[in-house]
Design a protein around this ligand. Sequence first.
Ligand SMILES: [Zn+2]
Length: 304
Amino acid sequence: MAKVSEVSDGIYLIDMGEVKGAGSKERLNCSLVYFMVDGEQTALIETSPGAVVPIVLEAIKGLGHDPARLSSVILTHIHLDHAGGVGRLAQQFPQLKVIVHERGARHLTAPAMLITGTKQAYSEEFEADYGPIIAVPEEQVEAVKDGDTIRLGDRELKVIYTPGHAPHHMSIYDTRSQGLFSGDSLGHLTLGSNPIVIVAGFDLGLALESIDKMSDLDPRRVYASHGSSDREAAEFIRSVRATTSDYGEIILTAMKAGEDEAQMIQRLEAYNKEHDPDDKRDTRHRFKAIIPWYVAYFKKKQAV
Ligand SMILES: [Zn+2]
């Protein structure tokens, strides 16, 4: 059973909580899912992986809505933890429009590359836990770009192209609540110091530009995809930018000094201790996971 709460007028948060994979019994990486209502129109933002689609559908029914009448699914990006369930939903509900950034659209209708990337990021056997990635029928996909407006009843949702975490990442600004659905472009709030999520294809320059763009919108609140923050939106965005940028400077300095990964981890841990003294989690593992993508970025930019 998911935890469901109304976070703003007509916007509900569906939190899967701790779900274990059927195969490995490991905790699944699921994004939060938002359900939005305006009159007769309903939409989901993100789906979470295929394995938890039944939980999402139960939550929608629990709110008194019929999933067979969902108007659309809006995806911030197509990574497994956010969008793994979209093919299954689209095939089950042919009325559903799947709204995605134009750079992500072809990977939904022909997901071969997406499946290969998912195997690299998760495991060859990801399907046993997360469910399969299924193609979305072409006629159900609606590609959008920066500046477009998505309408849900009287609600206006603005598309803000926010690459960096992924080249096809977009955020969604709800003009009514002045809230921003930030996907993975504004930090993983379950991690200390809230750096933005760093994965293959990470581009630091674009990520910082995207953060500035979101900051310029001056949202009243941020609807993040992993965890929540009670900090004021502007202060939260400022801190994510600082951490993301400072990590980059620390790693670049270490690269220029010819330091190895262990020394970089030490530097990052020292930074983390100073900026987030209450963070008692396994930072070593976390930094080990992000360093290669920063290093790859700086090498590509020939910064060293
Ligand atoms: Zn992601």
